[in-house]
Structure formats: C-alpha cells, structure tokens
Design a protein around this ligand. Structure first.
Ligand SMILES: [Zn+2]
Length: 398
C-alpha cells in the first residue's frame, strides 16, 4: 500500500467513525447514524435500501441494506456480506465519562465515545476498506453487501434477521460473511470468532395445594418438588465440551415462591433457568433432556409445567473453509500470529447470518465495550481497515 493511500485511509476511517459516534444512536434511536452510512456508500456506487421493520412484540427499527456489484463479474465471482450494527448501549451516568460520550473526542491517539469499540469502528473500517478496494480495483471482481441494523444491543427482533429475510426474498445469495463485532482479546487479530454458543431459556412451575401449615395432610407443598427438580437439572453436567466449544452450562436464575405468610403452605413455586450450549445440543434435545429429568422426580401429587418461553438463540460453528483460512493468513502476515479460533461470549447477530452462509466475527479488542469511557486506539481502526481491505482483495481474487 502506498504512503498516500495509508494516509487517506487514516483520515477516512477516523473521520467516518467520528461522524458515526456523534449520532447518539442508543437502541433503537437512529439519530441520523444510518444517514451517515448511506451518505458514505452511495457515492461508491452502492444501491442503498433503508428498511424499517416493526411488529412481533418489539419496537420499530431502522435498518440498512446496501449492495454493489463489481464490473468484472463472472460465474465464479463471490458475494461478500458485511454484518454490523450502529446502535449503542446507553451511556449510564454522563458525569462518569471523562469526555462527553457522543463528542468523538481525540486525545493521545485514542478516539473516545459510546460505540467506539462496539461497533461503530467495525462499520467505519469496513466502509473505508470498500472505498480502498474500489480505488485499487479489487472490488470490481465481486459483489459486496452490507446488512446494518440499529437494533443489535436490545431485542434484535426487527433487525438483522429481517434484513436477511428481505434480502433472501430479493434473491441475494451470500458466499461468506464478516461481522465486525469486537472479537479480539488483547491485541488486534489475536482472536476471531468462528461460532457462538446457543442460548436456551426455561421456566418450570410446580402447582401444589395451598392450605394451613398446621394441617399439611390437607395440602401439597410444591417447594420440595421444585427444589428436587432444581437439583436434578443443575447437578448433572450437560457435556464436557468439544474441540471448538467449552462445556454447556445450565444456570438457575431465579427460584420464586412469593409467600410472605409463615402459616401457609403456598400453592405454587416456579424457577427460571438459562442454558448456554454448544453444538452438541439443539433446542429440541434440550427440551427433551429437561423434561426427562422432571419425569424422574416423584411429583407427590403436584402438577409440573415446563416451557421454554423465548425463542432463544441457535448455536453455530464454521471451523474450517478457504475464506477463514485466508483471513487467518492475512492476520498472521500483519500481526505475526495466527488468530485463535474462539466461540466464547454471548450471542450475536452472526447467528442469523449463519443460517445463510459461513460467517466469522473479526473486529477490535473488546476492551471498554459497554463501559464508561469507551474508546479505541486510532492505530487499531487503521489496522482493522487494512485487514478488511486485504481480505476483500484476496477473497475476490481467489
Ligand atoms: Zn456489538
């Protein structure tokens, strides 16, 4: 890369990130942030679609889908999808911030602001990488799309999943996707995420028979039954993990009776739990496993109800493949080390993309994300832009 393009890239990525951070786009407020993305992409030849989705028990959300077909396409040309979000988590108490959270203040080589790490930098770096790939001609050898939502941090109901459904219905097919979530641990590129664990929620209610605590023969106490269930589902490990994933884990998050009277045997007791699970499990298998443990318990005349009220999140993994190998190589050439392949952390929108094509999460070091004084070293924004630029060039050349 020539000196002048490095300098342009530095100016571009930092300037674009500043513009994004100055929009206070706390979920689901757009606050002009998608207009900034749109204004950057349109002059590059992108067709930009602003998609507003609503319903399904959640608030309305602004989203953006953009697509640019290269000039030299043939039957083997690839379609690369970038996934990301422009919404940010709330700032908390502004008085705790050293610099105002939407000021995009730059000091000592760092750019400050809510979303600097999670993940406006990822969006800025990818947009500028596209601009550079257009300038060096490599973007003409493939198709580039972006699916950007303004609701990843909260419900995620009217966001990425619906953008992709819309794009699929329009006939768009993707070969590979990069999600720009912060994936690195200590140094840029030391980790990429090749999968994520799934999340499964459960709710168990035990119904007994209420009555005077002095006449237990006339009552059925649901508490000991629920306690036995709690022990049965939490004592037995689900698995020991595998090559790509840590062990699945079930945690009881609450155990509720709500009985304030000392002389009453309550009618009902309930608990909620969550399982973070690897690819050994599916939603169906977990439903069966929990039910089997409930069925082993002596119900002592109670009625036991088990349901998984939320839809949860699927687990996914893309351990190998040419595109991931190429990304590994690019990162190794830049940093001297191959990135570690990780599947840790919470859920992300990559789970929706995983249903359509292989997806990897490759982004900044996750320090300061969701924290007070979120900030990013400008050198890292540049580094990430370079990684994305090389990837577009070499992925389309293959
Ligand atoms: Zn994020």
């Amino acid at each position: 890369m020539s000196h002048s393009s490095t300098k342009n890239q530095q100016i571009d990525a930092t300037a674009l990130l500043s513009d994004l951070i100055k929009c206070p786009s706390v979920t689901p407020n757009n606050a002009g942030v998608l207009e900034v993305v749109e204004a950057f992409l349109k002059p590059l030849g992108f067709e930009v679609f602003r998609l507003k989705f609503s319903g399904d028990g959640s608030y309305p959300v602004d989203n953006l889908f953009a697509i640019r077909k290269g000039k030299n396409l043939n039957n083997n040309s690839k379609h690369l999808l970038f996934g990301g979000h422009t919404d940010v988590v709330p700032i908390g108490d502004e008085r705790h911030w050293t610099h105002p959270p939407f000021s995009a203040h730059i000091e000592n080589g760092e750019l400050w602001g809510r979303g600097a790490v999670d993940m406006k930098s990822g969006v800025a770096a990818f947009c500028v990488a596209i601009k550079l790939a257009i300038e060096n001609g490599s973007a003409e050898n493939g198709t580039i799309s972006l699916a950007i939502t303004n609701d990843e941090e909260a419900d995620a109901i009217n966001g990425t999943e619906k953008i992709l459904k819309w794009a699929s219905e329009k006939g768009h097919k993707f070969d590979f996707s990069i999600v720009g979530e912060p994936s690195s641990a200590k140094k840029l590129g030391d980790k990429i995420k090749i999968g994520r664990r799934g999340s499964f929620d459960g709710h168990i209610v035990v119904r007994g028979k209420q009555g005077h605590i002095a006449y237990p023969e006339k009552c059925i106490n649901p508490i000991p039954v629920l306690a036995e269930i709690a022990l049965a589902i939490s004592n037995e490990p689900l698995d020991e993990g595998n090559e790509h994933f840590q062990a699945s884990n079930l945690e009881i998050s609450t155990f509720d009776v709500g009985n304030r009277a000392t002389n009453v045997i309550p009618a009902e007791a309930s608990l909620r739990f969550n399982v973070r699970h690897n690819d050994i499990w599916t939603r169906k298998k977990l439903l069966y496993w929990v039910q089997a443990h409930i069925d082993k318990i002596d119900n002592r005349g109670t009625e036991i109800l088990f349901e998984s009220p939320t839809r949860g999140a699927n687990c996914f993994i893309f351990p190998a493949g040419d595109a991931v190998a190429l990304l590994d190589k690019i990162i190794e050439q830049r940093t001297g080390n191959k990135p570690q392949h990780s599947t840790t952390g919470g859920t992300s929108d990559a789970r929706f993309i995983a249903k359509l094509c292989p997806v990897v999460e490759c982004g900044l070091v996750g320090n300061h994300m969701h924290a007070v004084d979120e900030r990013v070293p400008i050198s890292e924004i540049e580094g990430l832009t370079e990684i994305y630029t090389s990837f577009i060039k070499r992925y389309f050349a293959n």
